[in-house]
Design a protein around this ligand. Structure first.
Ligand code: S3P
Length: 189
């Protein structure tokens, strides 16, 4: 075990949860595990969890793929910004955003000003492996997924790097990534 792998105790996590006064927003590429890490993080903090992509699908009554097909990416980004703005207000929660949300300058500014922002990153092999489990992502349908993911990861890195907290989610257990996110939020607050 690394020297920095000591985890917060339950009492420390409870104390941290009381200090969290804003939404916790996870940003980063498709396949980094934002939704599953977000769900576990929310459970640890006893906060509700919201997947922004699901909220967009609910608001539009269409799947993400259908929104891209019928209305195009630009309109999807606009809807995404509005849904995230709505999620940002109200009760405290953990929000997983779609991979492109934080790349949109307006959405990024909104998240940075109102949330505790955590960038989840992973190496390209991990992204390829995890995204291959679902075939619902429109951006990966027109070409070689590894090439698309590699390009997007490079293009988007400067935007993601604006997040104050950066965690690499490796191949180890998700509980370890969650523990690291909790420690980083605790240190940052
Ligand atoms: C996208 C990522 C997806 C979804 C849409 C576009 C992107 O979310 O919002 O397919 O631009 O990276 P996940 O990151 O949850 O896969």
């Amino acid at each position: 075990m690394d020297h920095d792998e000591t985890e917060l105790s339950t009492a420390e996590i409870d104390a941290l949860a009381r200090r969290i006064d804003r939404p916790v927003v996870l940003v980063g590429m498709m396949g980094t595990g934002k939704s599953s890490i977000g769900r576990r993080l929310a459970a640890a903090l006893h906060l509700p969890f919201v997947d922004a992509d699901e909220a967009i699908e609910e608001a539009a009554q269409l799947s993400i793929a259908e929104i891209f097909e019928r209305h195009g990416e630009a309109l999807f980004r606009d809807g995404e910004r509005r849904v995230i703005a709505r999620l940002m207000d109200g009760e405290r929660k953990v929000i997983a955003t779609g991979g492109g949300a934080f790349v949109n300058p307006e959405t990024r500014a909104l998240i940075l000003s109102k949330a505790i922002t955590v960038w989840l990153d992973a190496d390209i092999d991990t992204l390829v492996e995890r995204t291959a489990r679902k075939d619902t992502r429109p951006l990966l349908k027109n070409g070689n997924p590894r090439e698309i993911l590699t390009r997007l990861r490079e293009e988007r890195r400067p935007a993601y790097a604006e997040a104050p907290i950066h965690i690499t989610s490796g191949r180890g257990p998700q509980s370890r990534t969650v523990a690291r996110v909790l420690k980083e939020i605790d240190a940052w607050l």
